[in-house]
Design a protein around this ligand. Structure first.
Ligand code: MGD
Ligand code: MGD
Ligand code: MO
Length: 662
């Protein structure tokens, strides 16, 4: 038996270092690396599920071609032939933009981006823009600070208050919990702001139940108290803030009474939280992308950013507006031939379902990698219909998920254990190397190999002569000498990313036009119509004209899976979680079948009572496949939010109807 170190490829905050046992060419166990300061010797349920996925009977390890509605095995040679022919024909007749390449963050592996290299060299194709994940918050932080940077988790030990604003580490970031506990032991007060009393909230000293989509108003209300009671850090504001006067004027409207009526939070609680955060400095705010999945999500992040600025909590140990980081941006040599793409067009993620059928030139071929859009897109029914209209669709994945089932060609790729890669993320402050540990199962091939072989068939082979190891070496070129980050060192274990800072913005040099934190931003004014953080009600959740849909529908991330990557087979009907009072009001009991309906569709679910919810909220976890009875995104809305082409998944209302079989 041999033990090897590798890195989890899943796109989560933690980016764990894992220890893998290999016996006679098979992986027998996967665990957490005790020597890694974040992983701390344990991995989460989805980390464990990765080893099961490797040998799962549901995994498909040969190429499949759809003929007359059924799947048939074909050889790789035949697969490349038909794929290349469809790509070439579409390009010849309509230009390369007639090809859609849909990709997302299915894996954090750098070499998984070689699909981009292929399509850049093929000619500019059609790609998604914005983000299913965090787009609005990123835009907000760019307006405010000129970029986005986080503190090291180890810096939380210096915080005297920590606010988890919409973030739920008990589900999405288990390895943060020990850092929070340590900070608490040292005296930090922990606050959770979330419409759901999450398990994380059990750890907290204060729990604030905010009405969904109203965080912006809450943050402006806190600022109102801080300014009115002169609890702000005047020196910091004077030296580092641009546009304070405009902001102070905007904040005046948001008295605790007004904010209480918008958010449902008691005026007294608002005052107390404002005093706590302003007085007990330094204070760290950790955002969850969950709170920006609304029409007003960008403004909510701007309003919270502003709070950190007026209290002088930026650039100091124990402070921070921690959303995501760009420490790795431009660190590695580009291997995607980004400079070679001629033309190309993009469609914002939330509008793809609506716009794809209207494009000119039309979409003729689609290639889907590292994503499962038929399941994960908002208003997924509209995406599925648009996808269906495309003549020829290819999906590269491990198994026949909803998108693969809707495709014409399925190509099996390898998992992180079967081919080497370089791992990094915009949340973790580490970089890591994942070696090849076992031979690929069946005929599965690594994504870089698939695109290299396709390139060879299509006359682009000269651009794909590297092996995976050579690609990694090439990507590392800029950091090898400069920072001493070599493949050999990464093989020993994960390394800190060289530009990561213990304390973000400690030099107080902000990358905004004024060089200061912009509470008023001319760019934001031009691009969003608002110069300072403001509050506008969320679109569907805040609507007063949707009387038929009285309940909020929240669809947060599942604990056992990363989105749809580890489908559950135990339960056909996804649990629709509601408070016992809500159940009683609709004459429902635990285990009953219930139809959950939104303005876009219906889903048959099973009632699950959850005491942690508000009485006006239904919670269905995202990620369960349509083909196994899930597909909660049939219900979620697809429209552009205030900034960043993010997706307002949670800006959603629904109704409940007891299911009565005929
Ligand atoms: N186990 C697991 N871990 C994951 C993932 C996964 O799928 N599974 N996904 C990874 C990815 S890609 C991401 S983006 C992150 C997401 O990480 P998180 O942000 O922690 O998770 P989300 O599910 O996006 O939403 C977080 C919380 O937002 C709350 N929320 C909803 N509406 C509001 C609101 O109006 N205001 C406030 N204050 N809170 C609100 C929800 O109740 C939920 O508890 O997790 C990563 N980690
Ligand atoms: N209702 C609702 N919907 C949501 C969200 C929500 O909160 N609520 N959250 C949104 C968020 S934050 C995100 S980030 C998106 C995620 O959206 P997606 O990225 O589409 O979701 P995943 O289920 O992670 O799908 C990734 C796919 O990539 C495959 N994959 C993994 N590794 C590899 C690889 O190395 N190569 C290839 N070719 N494929 C690979 C996996 O098997 C999986 O099928 O979902 C969004 N959808
Ligand atoms: Mo995400």
């Amino acid at each position: 038996m041999a033990e090897h170190r590798t890195v989890c490829p899943l796109n989560c905050f933690d980016l764990c270092s894992m220890l893998v046992q290999v016996e006679q060419g098979r992986i027998t166990a996967v665990g957490g690396d005790p020597e890694h300061p974040v992983t701390g010797g344990f991995i989460c349920p989805k980390g464990k599920a990765m080893a099961e996925r490797l040998y799962s009977p549901d995994r498909v390890t040969s190429p499949l071609f759809k003929r007359e509605g059924g799947w048939e095995r074909i050889s790789w040679e035949a697969a490349y032939e038909v794929w290349a022919e469809k790509l070439a024909a579409a390009k010849e007749q309509y230009g390369s933009e007639a090809v859609l390449h849909h990709f997302d963050y299915g894996s954090n592996g750098l070499l998984r981006n070689l699909d981009r290299r292929f399509f850049n060299l093929f000619g500019g194709v059609t790609v998604p823009s914005g983000s299913l994940c965090w787009g609005s918050g990123i835009s907000a932080q760019r307006y405010d600070f000129g970029g986005y940077y986080t503190h090291s988790w180890s810096d939380l030990i210096n915080s005297r208050v920590i606010i988890l604003w919409g973030r739920d580490p008990a589900v999405t970031s288990l390895h943060l919990l020990p850092f929070l506990r340590a900070a608490k032991e040292k005296g930090a007060e922990l606050v959770v702001v979330n419409p759901v009393k999450t398990k994380t909230a059990d750890l907290a000293d204060r729990y604030i139940s905010v009405r969904p989509g109203t965080d912006g108003a809450l943050a402006l209300g806190l600022a109102h108290v801080i300014l009115a009671e002169r609890l702000l850090d005047l020196d910091f504001v004077h030296n580092n803030v641009h546009g304070f006067a405009e902001y102070a004027t905007a904040v005046k409207e948001y008295s605790p009474a007004t904010v209480s009526s918008i958010t449902g939070v008691d005026a007294k609680e608002i005052e107390d939280l404002a005093r706590l955060y302003a007085r007990r400095r330094p204070g760290a705010i950790l955002f969850g992308p969950g709170m920006q999945r609304y029409a007003n999500g960008g403004q909510s992040v701007r309003a919270v950013d502003a709070l950190t600025a007026v209290t002088g909590n930026i650039g100091v140990a124990g402070g921070g507006a921690n959303y995501a980081h760009q420490y790795n941006k431009g660190l590695f040599k580009d291997i995607t031939a980004a400079d070679k793409a001629a033309g190309g067009r993009s469609i914002p993620f939330p509008l793809m379902g609506r716009l794809m059928p209207q494009l000119d030139p039309p979409l003729k071929v689609a290639v889907v990698t590292r994503s499962n859009p038929v399941c994960q897109h908002p208003d997924s029914g509209s995406f599925a219909r648009a996808f269906h209209l495309i003549d020829f669709k290819v999906t590269i994945d491990f198994c026949l998920n909803d998108t693969a089932e809707a495709s014409d060609l399925f190509l099996p790729c390898t998992t992180i254990f079967e081919e080497e890669d370089l791992l990094s993320s915009s949340w973790s402050e580490y970089l890591g190397y994942a070696p090849k540990l076992v031979e690929p199962q069946g005929e599965a091939k690594p994504d870089p190999v698939i695109f290299s072989e396709l390139a060879a068939v299509m006359g682009l082979g000269d651009y794909f002569t590297n092996s995976s190891r050579q690609w990694i070496e090439e990507a590392l070129e800029p950091v090898r000498e400069k920072y001493g980050i070599t493949l050999e060192r990464l093989e020993e274990g994960m390394l800190k990313t060289p530009l990561a800072q213990e304390v973000a913005w400690s030099d107080r040099k902000f990358s905004t036009p004024s060089g200061k934190i912009e509470l008023f931003s001319e760019r934001a004014l031009q691009e969003t119509g608002w110069g300072t953080a403001c509050y506008a009600a969320p679109r569907e959740s805040g609507s007063t004209t949707l009387p038929g849909y009285p309940l909020y529908l929240l669809t947060p991330h599942p604990a056992r899976s990363l989105h749809s990557q580890f489908p559950s087979d135990s339960e056909n009907y996804p649990p629709a979680e509601i408070l016992a009072d809500t159940a009683a009001a609709y004459n429902l009991r635990e285990g009953d079948l219930v139809i959950v309906e939104s303005p876009r569709g219906q889903l048959l679910c099973r009632v699950k009572l959850n005491p942690r919810l508000r009485d006006d909220t239904v919670l269905i976890e995202e990620g369960q496949w349509l083909k196994s009875g899930g597909g909660v995104n049939l219900l979620t809305p697809a429209f552009l939010p205030d900034m960043g082409a993010g997706v307002p998944y949670y800006d959603c209302r629904c109704l409940l109807r007891k299911y009565l079989p005929d």
